[in-house]
Design a protein around this ligand. Sequence first.
Ligand SMILES: CNc1ncnc2c1ncn2[C@@H]1O[C@H](COP(=O)(O)O)[C@@H](O)[C@H]1O
Ligand SMILES: [Zn+2]
Length: 369
Amino acid sequence: MEAEMREWCVALPKVELHAHLNGSVRDSTLLELAKQLGDRGVIVFEDVKDVIMKNGRSLPECFKLFDLFHILTTDHDTVTRITKEVVGDFAAENVVYLEIRTTPKNNEAKGMTKRSYMNAVLKGLKAVEDVDAVLFDSILRPDETLSRTPVGDLDGVTKKKKIYVRLLLSIDRRETTSAALDTVNLAMEMKDQGVVGIDLSGNPVVGEWETYLPALEHAKELGIPITIHCGEVPNRKEIQAVLDFCPQRLGHVCCLNDEEWKKLKSSMIPVEICLTSNVMTGGAPSLELHHFADLYNAKHPLSLCTDDSGLFSTSLSNEYYLVASTFSLSKAELFRLAQGAVEFAFVDDEVKKFLRAVFEHVARKGLMP
Ligand SMILES: CNc1ncnc2c1ncn2[C@@H]1O[C@H](COP(=O)(O)O)[C@@H](O)[C@H]1O
Ligand SMILES: [Zn+2]
């Protein structure tokens, strides 16, 4: 029964709206990169290996780990490699639309600028194998799209899987106002290259809202959609400010008090729910007591997401499975959750139409009970 449900969650076409590139890297790749740097004497492999393989990650540990991941991954070729692998991994579990977010990085020692970092990401998207990763040519005939999505697999047609990929540029809370503005301007510059939005993320105990606000306001003026990590820690002042700012989407919303909770619900701002991430980092006390249930029962717009599938050893299919097993959602309800997420994507209407068609096709043909 459990195995059948897990398989069903993998077969379900899914939409991923909250996945950090460097948090989604396979352990095996991190270990391989660590081995290479160990051999060159840059790090001590044995120490790093234990850290990568350790289970259970508190919030402060996560950010120490990201500093380590960035040492392993921040050169152009490696950024290209991890992008290619991450897209391939999501496509393999029938994610049909993926918004990957990543923090463009300046790294003088590596000759890296925010722009060259993003070029390395684009190169990775173009290099995806065995999967059609659609970044630019969004206009395809519907029948072509349908025959190459996971629906094709369910129909018994073995064609390449198709995944639409778009990018969000993250502002790291450690950055200055000017660096945050650079990221927003870069997002604008890369609008025709698959960049569809801005994210605010990074260690929630670091930095001040006032530092990023000018950049977020600039993005708003430019009409760039924004998603913000909100309430990973109980920072009352900032949670208020974020809710007042009214971004297009919010991530997490863990530590809201009653008043903020009411405000969120009346705002109808779609929430990116990251179950495993929240339980591991202590944002939610347990799966059973996760605030998903309250928002779901209130019919608040929601989408299930992984956050950092590598760091938390999860997958989007597993997040759907966890919702089914913890909150007793039926397959029909899981299907509607996945389908509903299309509406919160930052992508243009043309792609949304195709994604809607994918779900309608699956429903009409009775491919998913
Ligand atoms: C666990 N909850 C979280 N809360 C806040 N920010 C997070 C995060 N998980 C990841 N990031 C943000 O994403 C970066 C890694 O991917 P990129 O280098 O951008 O591809 C982290 O350094 C952090 O800034
Ligand atoms: Zn996140």
